[in-house]
Design a protein around this ligand. Sequence first.
Ligand code: FAD
Ligand code: SF4
Length: 511
Amino acid sequence: YTRLRLILGDQLNENHSWFSETDDRTLYCLFETHSEATYCEHHIQKITGFFLAMRAFADRLRALGHAVYYRTLDETRTDGLETITDCVSQAMQHHGTEVFAYQLPDEWRLDQELKAFSEKVGGVSCDTEHFMSTRNDVADLFRDKQTYLMETFYREMRQRHRVLMDANGEPVTGQWNHDHANRGSLPKEIVFPEPTVFARDATEIVSMIRSHDIPTMGRMADERFTYPVTREECLKALHDFCDNRLQHFGTYQDAMTEADPLLYHANLSFAMNTKLLSPREVIDAAIAAWERDPEQISFNQVEGFVRQIIGWREYMRGVYWAQMPAFETVNSLQHDRALPSWYWTGDTKMNCLRHAINQSLDRAYAHHIQRLMVTGNFALIYGAHPDAVDAWYLGVYIDAIQWVEITNTRGMSQRADGGLIATKPYCSSANYINKMSDYCKNCHYSPTKRTGEKSCPFNSLYWDFLDRHRERFAGNYRMKFMYATWEKKGAEQQAEILERAAWVKAHVEEL
Ligand code: FAD
Ligand code: SF4
């Protein structure tokens, strides 16, 4: 072989132009490394999922006629190779290849490592051909702006890619955004569709991971792994979503319930973040399902879904490249607390957190509102250090890769970016959680009480958060109403609430 092409664990796109023809000069390489398995404490299902998907991808490339050099974690460890570039150096020597090529990574960390290595060996890089925008589109669109408005970017993407647009270049319904129809709470009697699962025995990979003393978090019942890891499985999962859940996706996208972990969400983030599915084919499938059956799938469902993907997902990636590496250390609210230990056990009397955390530990999945308005909201109003919050989110979810994790966590959820992404912090009292879920009715705490032993901790912490950050937020036009409500409570009631918040913060491990 004269040419070595590196494929990272999140670059499993068989439709990349690299694979359009086979030749006997090119060797494709995939490496399971200790450094990738330990750059944070990952969920056991996350490491397992990446290794399974990489192994399946190597098999797929071989079946397509390509030459593949795959090294398992056992093999790279036996050879004393810790990092991806260690592995590439060894492979180039071993096979006598002269040319090194790689697809541009989506993580800053690997981008730096591979850029430096490539300069040393005279390598070449190319695009992953995955996203519908470039690394720099967001930076270019919002040059010199204090706030990056997602809606502006989303409209630009709809126009540029002619998605849900009419022949005159206007949005098909005359309206860009149907979010007002997407805040439904769940009716009492509802049966959720059973999603297709792709169960496989992961005992061998799990014991390999354990044998290298790799610290992990979370659980995997019976070492049974249930996410799709091949392209065929991912396409089945996409069609399962379009056929059975898209019809209520938008309407109930902000709802939460004890009865079901997924509701009408897609659960496609792992498939998309590993590049097994492309964003274009995902939105095309959803739009085709709506076109086939507009009676069953109303427009707000499909528009809401498309916005998540060509809006939020692409936008977050652009924010990442516009702001890194500084984004990794921003902490504009100067929060400094450790996360309570029950984030790793789910052992708390707060029912919403117990559910969202246990679900995350059991499945390496929580849907957006659980991440934002339960676990993220608590960490924010409690005042957890964004480093701690980031480390937890980067570890716990199967879809967590830094470009999309840090922008959502540090930016959107913890507002550590000073308001670049969100015009107001995503903080709430029990009121919101009670409205959007059935968690409160089975809780040890009362959602309507602000003080006293049984009062919901979210309530006092919420007011304490607003009071602590009065100087920063009181002038925000979207928060005027909240501050007016706080003022109306009067000094005595305010003092009682702040006293309860102080107790909650001091006894957080007991909540
Ligand atoms: P659905 O609700 O069905 O949405 C469909 C798709 O839209 C998702 O698969 C995803 O690709 C995309 N999407 C939706 N919202 C967002 C968003 N805010 N940013 C980017 N893409 C979005 N997403 C990740 O992929 N990786 C992460 O590490 C991650 N960390 C998050 C941390 C926090 C604190 C929050 C609030 C959100 C995070 N998200 C992350 C975004 C979102 O919660 C997940 O993409 C979503 O829950 C994945 O489940 P789903 O496929 O069922 O999504
Ligand atoms: Fe969560 Fe408070 Fe509701 Fe309990 S009462 S479920 S802690 S919001």
